[in-house]
Design a protein around this ligand. Structure first.
Ligand code: GZL
Length: 334
């Protein structure tokens, strides 16, 4: 049997150089400008960022998209934008497109918490940093993303429950419009609301269903709640303002007065919610700030400069109710 083919002996230093070159070319590493993370952008080259956005399902989402687009423009960063129309497969396709484009960084607003690992593993191999904005994901390996910039949705649910518990004097039947099934804000806002209601044992959630974070579905589900429960409903808790605004239409069409016959609390703090509070149709909204562009690009520029960033940045939120809506509406930025 012929002897196995062997390479002639080479000097150790040359071997090390060959091994380093082989590793860089074989595992698709972006050529590193420094010994540290290998994320560094090439000096003088325009930074290119891929942004996989969930969709345009709500005024909040539109405000987030505008914040990220305008911040990229302000910083002279090229943004490759993809609108997934709330479909995870479209987001995964967009992630793989950004990988093929060899972008410098990726911003992902993940529609749901699970199903991201295969695509994120491929992106990690290419050493492209992934910045999660506004919603978190569940992964077995936290190194599959660089950082998460989001509000504390459990706390938002708790704040809504505490406000409503006081407003109902601890007693009443609530219907709940949930967000998109499987989405971090829907899961956590439900969890937080239930935790907050634990202090008010005489307040019951009598109906709870998803309105998928959009106005039309919120109206449709509220119509069904009204048919089933009618005047038995004392309050509505909506996981976002858009569903609350749809529900307000359904309540009015049923001949009831939203904000009086039914107390309504929702989350986001968009302009439409403040208009509804001033009109007396919505009672309270818990702000969830969507203006994440500056924080997202601060993180990207830090990572590309080889600096470390915190694993999670919690965005501060605030409760606004009818008592202050008139005073603050003019200063609202989204
Ligand atoms: C929250 C965000 C939610 C908003 C909704 O960070 O993911 O999605 O509350 C939006 O308005 O549709």
């Amino acid at each position: 049997m012929s002897k196995p083919h062997t390479l002639p002996p080479v000097k150790p230093t040359l071997l090390l150089i060959l091994l380093a070159a082989a590793c860089l070319s074989s595992c698709g590493q972006k050529p590193s400008q420094s010994a540290s993370t290998g994320n560094e952008a090439k000096p003088g080259k325009k930074i290119v960022v891929g942004f996989s956005q969930i969709g345009a399902e709500s005024a909040w989402r539109t405000a987030e998209t505008e914040s990220i687009r305008s911040e990229a423009e302000k910083r002279g960063i090229k943004l490759n934008f993809s609108d997934a129309q709330q479909n995870q497969q479209n987001q995964i396709r967009a992630l793989r497109t950004f990988l093929a484009q060899n972008v410098d960084a990726i911003i992902l607003a993940p529609v749901v918490e699970t199903g991201w690992e295969p695509a994120l593993r491929e992106i990690k191999k290419a050493n492209i940093p992934v910045i999660l904005v506004d919603r978190g994901i569940k992964v077995s390996d936290e190194s599959l993303y660089t950082t998460l910039i989001a509000s504390d949705f459990v706390n938002e649910g708790r704040l809504a429950a505490e406000w409503l518990g006081k407003r109902l004097n601890g007693k009443g039947n609530v219907v709940e419009l949930q967000g998109t099934p499987g989405a971090a804000p829907a899961i956590d806002r439900k969890k937080g609301f239930e935790e907050g209601l634990a202090k008010f044992p005489e307040i019951k959630i009598v109906k709870s269903q998803s309105g998928d974070f959009n106005r039309a579905k919120g109206k449709e589900v509220m119509e069904a709640f009204l048919k089933a429960e009618g005047k038995n409903i004392n309050a509505l808790y909506a996981h976002n303002d858009d569903m609350a605004l749809g529900a307000i239409q359904a309540i009015e069409e049923a001949g009831l007065k939203p904000g009086t016959d039914l107390i309504i609390v929702s989350i986001d703090g968009v302009k439409g919610a403040f208009d509804a509070m001033v009109a007396g149709k919505l009672n309270c909204t818990v702000e969830c700030n969507p203006l994440l562009g500056p924080a997202a690009f601060d993180a990207i520029e830090a990572v590309l400069a080889g600096k470390s960033v915190p694993k999670k940045t919690v965005v501060k939120d605030e409760v606004f109710d009818q008592s202050i809506a008139k005073d603050v509406i003019a200063s609202r930025k989204y």
